[in-house]
Design a protein around this ligand. Structure first.
Ligand code: ATP
Ligand code: MG
Ligand code: MG
Ligand code: MG
Length: 576
């Protein structure tokens, strides 16, 4: 590829709504362009990265015996009514109507359609096992689309579905996929962890998430450095004993911080970047006696509104909550604030959670508040004059760092991750709902045992950037780079020697099978280097008059601080 023919459009400034570095850098590098909330064009430079991700996924899925197909993006609602998901899925499912007023959905995944294919085409146990996958556009009307491609509404997912004759075979299929996922994520060259995840009502332990480790990740993951125990927080909490944990101490309760807490304090305590968008926070306070026993518990509900003024932060005291916590309904909160109905509420949780009162102050992030539709930035929040000083702010968890690991092999550590993949044993949930059967060896119909397996194709580049960047821009692992090598001629228009050498090297690198771009735009060296450092191409070869006279060019890896001289004839061998 020649840069003059390609579309390169870099920006000095990131857009104001880009909160995390991957969103900032992908926009500045001209990889994505926002069209609407959570809806992006994949620009040529970004699409090349997406294609690299897809190629690796495709190769490993094929190797693992999965077969590619493509299912419709727009799907008739009747299939979704069969499983009940048309109603159950709630607002995340985008429903549309055609000219005849018939209902359709835009696929958020495709269990229904693939199960319909199976019930038509897989008639006998002899045709099993089967595993089908697609790499396709998905739409989820996310409550909080944010962080660019990380949580889009329209995005690309690889979704695979396995069909087996019995549970044992289905579990084997699951393991084959979990293995394939390890190969896939190893090839991306990222630091990741496979963690046990909640398998919901299905039970068993056959659900794992693949989490790319990053401080900006939305998920908390719990692991034991001394063993291979790793789970997401949801799963870890489901296993942990409920209720107040004996011996939990709140050192700050005895030495409350004087003065007001700032937004930065809250962000630090929550372990999130300062510019994190929050809708609402819940605070609970306890008072302890000398013996460390709770003598008084108060739960404060602090609602932060998008249009709030510093002095108008609303605070409600929820009485009578000594032993637990109950989330107020929207109507109660509206009544408390004297607002018109529906003004602040409803408030809900993703799942029920016990707020234990062995902490003096608990702040819970990542809960859903429908109070205000527009997100806002947490800037300069203070606690208001009539509030007690926050003594300690802790994530609302009954699993904390230093707890004994469930396998008894060490202490737990917690880090943040980005969910880039998910493997899940489904059992007969969908096949029963849709009456999808095959003829078993005994001549009787049996329901398919299923599994489903997702990878966030467009989320992955964002996760990779969170892990690989510096102040100058992106640093792609070779496997994901839009181009692996850039040839930068200096003064190409003045020097026929440089031009000829650059073009020759470019052809040789292409012939050697390298994904190379020749920067023939005629930019000044400073601007040219800045562009490629921002875009994150891992290998750069610079050709100038002086070096060339001595038969040399400059090679620099994106991670290195200085270039090395290389003989012109050795460049191809160096990069191969
Ligand atoms: P999350 O917990 O982040 O909402 P999920 O658990 O809802 O993700 P799955 O249903 O497991 O997602 O889908 C499989 C994969 O699709 C996820 O592991 C993730 O990588 C990707 N994915 C899910 N939602 C989005 C989104 N809104 N934008 C980009 N990728 C997504
Ligand atoms: Mg989700
Ligand atoms: Mg998830
Ligand atoms: Mg998931």
């Amino acid at each position: 590829m020649k840069a003059s023919q390609f579309l390169i459009s870099t920006l000095k400034e990131a857009p104001a709504d880009a909160e995390v570095v991957s969103h900032q850098l992908m926009t500045r590098a001209g990889m994505v362009k926002k069209l609407g909330a959570g809806i992006y064009s994949y620009m040529p430079m970004g699409l090349r990265v997406i294609h690299k991700v897809e190629a690796i996924v495709r190769e490993e899925m094929n190797r693992a015996g999965s077969v590619e197909l493509t299912m419709p993006v727009i799907q008739p609602a009747e299939f979704w009514q069969e499983t009940g998901r048309f109603e159950k899925m709630g607002a995340e499912l985008l429903r549309i109507k055609d000219r005849h007023d018939r209902d359709f959905v835009v696929q958020p995944t495709s269990e229904e359609v693939v199960t319909d294919i199976a019930r038509q085409d897989f008639r006998s146990y002899k045709q099993l096992p089967k595993n089908l996958y697609q790499i396709q556009t998905k739409f989820r009307d996310e409550r909080r689309p944010r962080f660019g491609l990380m949580r889009g509404r329209e995005f690309i997912m690889k979704d695979a579905y396995s069909f087996d004759r019995d549970e044992a075979a289905a579990k084997t299929s699951y393991q084959v996929m979990a293995e394939a996922y390890r190969r896939i994520f190893d090839r991306f060259g990222l630091r990741y962890r496979a963690v046990a995840a909640d398998s919901g009502a299905i039970g068993g332990d056959l659900s794992e998430e693949f989490q790319v480790i990053a401080a900006t990740g939305e998920d908390a993951i719990v692991y034991c450095p001394e063993s291979d125990y790793a789970a997401n927080m949801e799963k870890a909490e489901a296993l942990a004993p409920a209720g107040p944990r004996p011996g939990a101490t709140n050192p700050m309760v005895k030495t409350p911080t004087p003065g007001k807490s700032t937004c930065a304090d809250v962000a630090a305590l929550l372990g999130v970047p300062l510019a994190t968008t929050v809708k609402s926070l819940v605070l609970a306070t306890d008072e302890f006696n000398e013996a460390g026993e709770i003598v008084k518990s108060q739960v404060w509900l602090l609602l932060l509104r998008g249009d709030h003024d510093m002095n108008e932060v609303k605070v409600a005291k929820v009485p009578g909550l000594n032993a637990g916590f109950r989330f107020a309904t929207g109507a109660e909160i509206d009544a408390h604030f004297g607002c018109k109905p529906g003004y602040l509420g409803p408030i809900g949780l993703k799942k029920p959670l016990n707020l234990v009162v062995d902490r003096d102050v608990a702040v819970m992030a990542d809960w859903i508040c429908g109070a205000n539709e527009a997100d806002f930035h947490m800037t300069g929040v203070n606690w208001g004059r009539d509030l007690p000083e926050p003594a300690l702010v802790a994530d609302l968890r009954n699993v904390v760092e230093g707890d004994a690991s469930p396998d008894g092999k060490g202490r737990l550590a917690i880090e943040r991750g980005i969910e880039v993949g998910h493997v899940f044993y489904l059992g007969t949930k969908y096949s029963k709902a849709m009456n999808a059967t095959f003829l078993g060896e005994d001549g009787k119909p049996a329901h398919f045992e299923m599994g489903c397996y997702g990878i966030g194709i467009t989320r992955l580049p964002a996760a990779a950037i969170e892990q690989n960047h510096d102040e100058r821009g992106i640093i792609w692992p070779d496997a994901l780079a839009p181009f692996t090598v850039v040839v930068c001629p200096i003064g190409m228009d003045r020097s026929p020697e440089v031009k000829a050498a650059a073009e020759r090297l470019y052809s040789e690198l292409l012939a050697a099978g390298l994904d190379v771009i020749l920067d023939d735009r005629g930019e000044r060296p400073g601007a040219m280097f800045a562009d490629w450092e921002l875009i994150g191409v891992p290998h750069r070869v610079t050709i100038g008059d002086r070096g060339l006279a001595a038969g040399q060019v400059e090679y620099q890896h994106r991670r290195h601080t200085a270039a090395t001289q290389v003989a012109v004839g050795e460049v191809v061998a160096l990069l191969k």
